[in-house]
Design a protein around this ligand. Structure first.
Ligand code: NIG
Ligand code: FE
Length: 414
């Protein structure tokens, strides 16, 4: 990837510290000091007090009075898909439910049809439109899932689109890819869910592994989709093949997904709107990142996940957008931040940790991104503000002035 040499001076540097997720009270502790960040060939080589002179060969940004944060990591998205579902959104406003639309063959299954019919080129153009928008909001790494194919070729097509973006040397974000073949039961397998899980384990996972198309495996573990037992079987097999495990857990009803994530020592359990007390403790005890997606609760008009209680119980919480064409067609980092503070009662410091280091941990990247520390990649964000409190205060509005990816300015506010 193309990298650059960059120095940012006089900035208020605010970052969590460390190379793994921060849990419980640690989420509120941030490094916060005025000084210089030096990025050499894309990696951070100095963080500390301003120095009397600057070395040659670096672009310099004077950032007096501005906040610099680590680049945001959006650790849960479904950003490659065909079509859109605005009509469904209106049906829900009129009282229809997310699950009844899916059970009628709409919802995820209608995006599956559209994705099967859309060319890789068009899928890529659409995904890149989202990526450009997210980059302007400070995102430097995004997780992307398959799951809108549910057949061999279309699942591969989605993953290949993400891989192609990752091969672009001037990309604005890195995509961490997740295989979500178990996103819904395909129509052809209705009533034969076990056979579909067999197909995923025997054919798809080995193929995806061989072609190095995904690092993680995810499942929609939900009443009416995949059972806890089916999810366990799939994820155990995936872990044995070297995939990280992620779970769409307890999104619509309390179903035991968080408990399963704890049992499997998954990388993350995501959504958790209806996670039980036992589930929350299982996440804390087993170092599973609790990935909360407040935009989805907002757009589905559902109660928010118990973020405050999760942190107070010792969990590592991450925040992500869940960008997808159905339950949440938004990749808004500013709104995610504000909802987390207003409705889940996270502090600004906790929300920063959740969108940076803990997001990185949720995609198994905490060793290389997620904080501003020597040795990590030079992925940072400059806010057009003196205080990070603007992040929830400018509700839903973008306060990012510059986004830097490996030392290169990739987005700039005009
Ligand atoms: O995270 N719940 C499952 N998957 C997505 C929604 C996908 C869709 O509706 O297209 C979610 O909410
Ligand atoms: Fe999702």
């Amino acid at each position: 990837m193309k990298t650059d040499n960059l120095i940012i001076t006089g900035a208020r540097i605010i970052t969590p510290l460390g190379f793994k997720a921060r849990k419980g009270k640690e989420m509120n502790e941030l490094y916060d000091d005025v000084g210089t960040i030096e990025i050499t060939e894309g990696k951070i080589t100095y963080v500390g007090a301003d120095r009397p002179s600057l070395p040659d060969g670096y672009k310099v940004i004077h950032a007096k009075g501005k906040v610099v944060l680590p680049g945001f990591v959006d650790s849960h998205t479904h950003l490659v898909f065909g079509g859109f579902r605005p009509d469904e959104f209106i049906w829900r406003l009129n009282g229809d439910t997310y699950m009844s639309i899916l059970q009628r063959g709409g919802g995820i299954l209608s995006t599956v049809k559209a994705t099967q019919e859309t060319s890789a080129k068009l899928l890529r153009n659409k995904a890149e439109w989202f990526i450009n928008t997210m980059s302007r909001m400070g995102v430097t790494t995004v997780e992307g899932k398959s799951g809108y194919g549910l057949d061999r070729d279309t699942e591969l097509k989605q993953l290949e689109v993400m891989q192609a973006i990752n091969f672009d040397p001037i990309r604005k974000v890195d995509i961490v890819t997740t295989f979500l073949g178990a996103h819904a039961v395909p129509t052809a397998y209705k009533g034969r869910e076990e056979e579909y899980i067999d197909f995923l384990i025997k054919e798809m996972l080995p193929l995806v592994k061989r072609r190095m198309l995904a690092e993680n495996c995810d499942v929609f573990c939900e009443d009416g989709v995949f059972t806890v037992e089916q999810s366990r079987r799939l994820l155990k097999a995936a872990q044995e093949m070297g995939f990280g495990a992620k779970i769409h857990a307890d999104e619509i009803v309390s179903f035991g997904g968080a408990e399963l994530a704890g049992e499997l020592h998954a990388l993350s359990a995501d959504h958790l709107l209806h996670a039980s007390d036992a589930g929350i403790h299982a996440l804390a005890d087993n170092n599973v990142v609790a990935t909360l997606l407040p935009l989805t609760a907002f757009t589905l008009h559902e109660p928010y996940a118990r973020g405050r209680e999760m942190i107070d119980s010792g969990c590592a919480v991450a925040l992500a957008t869940d960008l997808n064409p159905g339950s949440c067609c938004s990749g808004s980092i500013p709104l995610t931040f504000a909802l987390a503070c207003i409705y889940m009662h996270l502090t600004v410091a906790e929300a920063i940790t959740a969108l940076t280091l803990n997001g990185a941990a949720a995609v198994n990247r905490a060793d290389t991104i997620g904080s501003i520390e020597v040795g990590k990649y030079g992925d940072v964000v400059l806010l057009d503000a003196e205080t990070p409190n603007v992040l929830p205060y400018y509700t839903g509005m973008n306060t990012v002035a510059l986004t830097v990816k490996r030392g290169r300015i990739v987005s700039r506010r005009r």
